[in-house]
Write a protein that binds this ligand. Structure first.
Ligand code: UD1
Ligand code: UDP
Length: 378
C-alpha cells in the first residue's frame, strides 16, 4: 500500500529557523497530499512567538524548553527527552529541520534514534572550522551526516555535500527560504515610529549575538561603533538587542546613554526587514541577515572571522571584517567617507534565492515520496 498523505513534522525553536520554516509550512498547507505537524522546541521564547504570530502559523506542540542562560547541554538534553514523546505519538514519514542550531541537531538526532527520515533545509553550508561559528559548524555537519534529503540553498552548498560523499539523488538546490520570507514583508513607503526617529540621518542597523563574539569581541565591536557615532554627527545607530542577557549587559555597558544610538527590543520581522530596506548600511554577525541584505542592495559588514555564506562576499555586498576594534572602526568609516566603496557594495543581486525556495522544497518532497511509492507498488 502506498502513502496516501505524507505526514511531515517540522521541528524548530529559534527566531531564524521560524522565519525560514514558516514559508515552507504555508506552502505545505496548500496541498492535500501533505499533513504538516508543527513542533516548536521553544529554544527561544519571545523572539520565536513574535515570528509565529506574524506568519499566523498554528503550532501543534511546544516543548517550551527555554531557560535563562541555558547551556548547550541543557538544550540538547531537554529536546531529546521531550521530542521522543511527540515522535512516538505522531510517527511522521519525514522530519524537517533547518540550518545549524542546537534545536536542529537535537531534533535530527531524536529522529535518527527513531529511524524517522530527516530532511535538512539549508543543508551544505560550511566553514570547515569546527569552532567558527560555534557550535553551528558542528550542528550543520552533524545533521548532514544523518539526513536523508538535503535542500541546499545554492550550488556551492550542493558541491560541499557532494565532496562529502552525499548521494547526488538526495540533494536538491532550492534557494534559501529567507528570500521567500523577505518577499512577504517588504512594503514601499513603510513607516513606523522607529523609522521616523532614523529619518534625516545616515542610519545604520546593528545586530550581534554570536556565542563566539560574547564578551571581549563584542566589547571591541561596540567601542568601534560608539567612536563612529561620536565622530559623525549625521549617523544614527538602531540596535534591536537580542534577548540573550549576556548580549544585553555588554550593549548597556558600552552603548547606552548615547543620544544617536537607540537600543530597542527585537523588532517584529516586518519592521526589521523594512528597517533593513531603509538603512544606509548593516553591521551584523547574523547568518540570516547575510542572506536577506543582498536583495535590498545594502552593504553589510559581517563582524565575524568566517562565513558559511561566501556567495554574498563574492557578489560584493558582504564583507567579512572580524571583530578587532580598529578594523571594524576603519571599515565603517570607509563606507561613510568613500562613495566609490559604498557604491561597490550597494548591489541588489541575491545569490541566495529568488523567493520560490519553499515551492521547490515542497515539490521535491512530493516527487520523492510519490516516486518511491510507485517503485514500491511496481
Ligand atoms: C541561538 C542559536 C544560534 C542562532 C541564534 C539566533 C544555538 C546554540 N544557537 O543562539 O545558532 O544564530 O539562536 O538568534 O542553537 N532568550 C530569551 N528569549 C528569547 C530568546 C533567547 O530570553 O526569545 C535568552 C535566554 O536567556 C537564553 C539566551 O537568550 O538562554 C540564549 O539563547 P540560545 O538559544 O541559547 O542562544 P542564541 O544566542 O539565541
Ligand atoms: N530579525 C528580526 N528582528 C530583529 C533582528 C533580526 O526579525 O530585531 C530577523 C532577521 O531579518 C533575520 C533573522 O532575524 O531573518 C536573523 O536571526 P538571528 O540574527 O537571530 O540569527 P542567525 O540568522 O544568525 O542564526
Amino acid at each position: 500500500m502506498g502513502i496516501e498523505r505524507i505526514k511531515i513534522i517540522t521541528v524548530f525553536g529559534t527566531r531564524p529557523e521560524a522565519i525560514k520554516m514558516c514559508p515552507i509550512i504555508l506552502q505545505m498547507k496548500k496541498t492535500e497530499r501533505i499533513k504538516c505537524v508543527v513542533c516548536l522546541t521553544g529554544q527561544h521564547r519571545e523572539m520565536l512567538h513574535q515570528v509565529m504570530e506574524r506568519f499566523a502559523v498554528w503550532t501543534d506542540y511546544d516543548l517550551d524548553i527555554m531557560q535563562k542562560k541555558q547551556s548547550l547541554t541543557s538544550i540538547t538534553e531537554e529536546i531529546l527527552k521531550k521530542l521522543e514523546y511527540v515522535l512516538k505519538i505522531e510517527k511522521p514519514d519525514l522530519l524537517l529541520v533547518h540550518g545549524d542550531t542546537t534545536t536542529s541537531f537535537s531534533a535530527a538526532l531524536a529522529a535518527f534514534y527513531h529511524r524517522i527520515p530527516i530532511g535538512h533545509v539549508e543543508a551544505g553550508l560550511r566553514t570547515y572550522r569546527m569552532h567558527s561559528p560555534y557550535p553551528e559548524e558542528f550542528n550543520r555537519q552533524a545533521v548532514d551526516l544523518i539526513a536523508d534529503i538535503y535542500f541546499a540553498p545554492t550550488e556551492w552548498a550542493r558541491q560541499n555535500l557532494l565532496k562529502e560523499g552525499k548521494p547526488v539523488r538526495d540533494i536538491y538546490v532550492t534557494g534559501n527560504t529567507a528570500v521567500d520570507a523577505l518577499s512577504m514583508t517588504i512594503c514601499q513607503d513603510y513607516d513606523t515610529d522607529i523609522l521616523k526617529w532614523c529619518s534625516g540621518s545616515r542610519f545604520i542597523l546593528l545586530t550581534a549575538h554570536r556565542r563566539e563574539n560574547l564578551g571581549e569581541p563584542m566589547r571591541r565591536i561596540f567601542r568601534a561603533i560608539r567612536k563612529i557615532v561620536e565622530e559623525f554627527p549625521d549617523v544614527k545607530i538602531l540596535y534591536p538587542i537580542h534577548k540573550n542577557p549576556q548580549v544585553r549587559e555588554t550593549a548597556q555597558e558600552i552603548l547606552s546613554g548615547v543620544e544617536r544610538i537607540r537600543l530597542v527590543e527585537p523588532l517584529d520581522i516586518v519592521d526589521f526587514h523594512n528597517c533593513m530596506a531603509q538603512s544606509y548600511m548593516i553591521l551584523t554577525d547574523s547568518g540570516g541577515i547575510q542572506e536577506e541584505a543582498p536583495s535590498l542592495g545594502k552593504p553589510v559588514l559581517v563582524m565575524r572571522d568566517t562565513t558559511e555564506r561566501p556567495e554574498g562576499v563574492e557578489t560584493g555586498v558582504l564583507k567579512i571584517v572580524g571583530t578587532e576594534e580598529e578594523r571594524v572602526y576603519w571599515e565603517i568609516k570607509n563606507l561613510l567617507t568613500n562613495p566609490a566603496a559604498y557604491q561597490n557594495m550597494s548591489r541588489a543581486v541575491n545569490p541566495y534565492g529568488d523567493g520560490h525556495a519553499s515551492e521547490r522544497i515542497v515539490e521535491a518532497i512530493l516527487r520523492r515520496f510519490y516516486r518511491e511509492e510507485k517503485a514500491e507498488d511496481a
